[in-house]
Design a protein around this ligand. Structure first.
Ligand code: GLY
Ligand code: MN
Length: 444
């Protein structure tokens, strides 16, 4: 007879004895990206060089709760990943002079109540999980149970100082990181092909969300997922910088802005943008805007080289934009006045910066000191984006009606080399005509 209650399995000896037995040992080797542990060791050595004798405590973090006992997807903290190569939720690492102790929540295996009763760590809930010894062997560090973590030592670096130091160390990518970023960009370029192939389905009714879903599925299949919320803006949505709502239609005759990045399983992301006409051919005014942004983009990219100020590409691209807007009669002041620190009128149509560091985070190294970021010179090993655009909102009365509702951004990912720069995303044509041909080529 039921009294309206469910039996508590943990309190039934017959059940707990029965479920403890009869299990084979499944594969439990940590699934690390090759080279991740070695790269993390090199990163710890960099930190030791920057802050010898100091103790750093970093946490892997935990997924935010969505509701009740369900959570959003877990994504490891970037500093933790950089220093350990590990991506286990709730883990904590204590790092000092190149050595690390990683405190991990132990998996709950057959014979333990948690095996079936713990939704966070029980293998029946989350799948077979490596033991601490297997993690220690894979990561090349000491590993201890999370329950043994004594808390941060008294001499632990303050979070702000540590965050700043790591952000600045992470600016120069090593060979392994560059390989990860190349892979992120390559998978992203393939993702553009997958999305472009679905444009007819988007026009037929799927809309922006069909294309967003197409890219996200691609990113999840060939990487960890999208490195940031995928932006798909068609028509009057294109001028909205971060149009991630993606709830609009895709119509013939409109421009379609795609800002997409695959994050690899090692957590490095690409960040690439193209804007192209849905029908395959620009109208005259769309071409005019795209041409100006393309000129700004090429002027910006030409500035990327070691020894140049980090802001050089920003200023070069902004100057092209300001002059172009002036040619179109869209500046209320002279170009010089607009370009001066006291003006900046052109920024009404380009409110964001022209680019940023790229790496484990899409806006990488953001906690650096200003003098180490915008105030620094470019150096070999830096990876950054150049992404000028023009954004004429449909409700902006300062632009002529034919320009309203047009948004164009072009974004590439560049590696600063010893003598210049390599455009990692060069396989994706900038120009929409080329993009159309490229799609045909790649889908053959
Ligand atoms: N691609 C997104 C951003 O740079 O903000
Ligand atoms: Mn970007």
């Amino acid at each position: 007879m039921s009294d309206g209650k469910l039996p508590k399995l943990t309190e039934i000896p017959a059940f707990t004895e029965y479920i403890a037995q009869g299990w084979d040992s499944p594969a439990r080797t940590p699934d690390l990206v090759p080279g991740a542990a070695e790269a993390a060791a090199a990163h710890r050595a960099l930190l030791a060089g920057a802050l010898p004798g100091r103790t750093a405590v970093v946490s892997a973090g935990r997924a935010p709760t969505r509701s009740n006992d369900t959570a959003y997807d877990f994504r490891v903290d970037s500093d933790f990943s950089w220093l350990t190569g590990c991506a286990v939720e709730n883990a904590v690492a204590v790092v000092r002079d190149g050595a690390a102790t990683v405190y991990l929540p132990p998996p709950a295996r057959p014979g333990e109540t948690g095996f079936f009763a713990d939704a966070a760590y029980g293998e029946l809930w989350v799948g077979p999980s490596p033991s601490l010894a297997e993690w220690a062997a894979a990561l090349g560090v000491e590993v201890a149970p999370l329950a043994d973590y004594p808390g941060p030592p008294g001499d632990a670096l303050p979070a702000e100082e540590l965050g700043r130091t790591l952000a600045e160390l992470r600016m120069i990518k090593d060979e392994w990181e560059v390989a990860q970023l190349r892979a992120a960009v390559d998978r992203t370029v393939e993702g553009f092909a997958a999305v472009l192939a679905e444009v007819p389905a988007a026009v037929a009714g799927g809309g922006e969300r069909w294309l967003q879903g197409t890219f996200d599925r691609h990113a999840r299949t060939y990487g960890n997922g999208p490195g940031y919320a995928s932006i798909v803006g068609s028509g009057a949505h294109a001028p909205t910088l971060h149009w991630v709502r993606c709830d609009g239609p895709v119509r013939e005759g409109e421009l379609l802005l795609l800002d997409l990045g695959v994050e690899t399983r090692s957590h490095y992301t690409a960040d690439v943008t193209r804007t192209f006409p849905v029908s395959g051919a620009f109208t005259a005014v769309q071409r005019q805007v795209h041409d100006l942004v393309e000129r700004a983009h090429r002027a910006g990219m030409a500035q990327v080289a070691p020894g140049r100020p980090f802001t050089a590409f920003h200023h070069a691209a902004m100057e092209v934009i300001a002059r172009g807007l002036d040619d179109w009669g869209l500046l209320p002041v002279s170009v010089d006045e607009a370009l001066s620190d006291a003006g900046q009128h052109h920024r009404r149509y380009l409110i964001c910066g022209i680019g940023h560091h790229l790496g484990l985070d899409v806006h990488d190294c953001a906690r650096s000191r200003p003098e180490a970021y915008h105030g620094a010179e470019m150096a070999p090993g830096m990876v950054l984006t150049v992404e000028p655009g023009l954004y004429f909102h449909a409700h902006d009365r300062t632009v002529p009606p034919e320009l309203r509702g047009i948004g164009v951004r072009i974004e590439d990912d560049l590696l600063v080399t010893a003598d210049g720069a390599e455009v990692l995303s060069a396989a994706l044509p900038i120009d929409a005509t080329g993009l159309e041909n490229w799609t045909k080529e790649t889908s053959k």
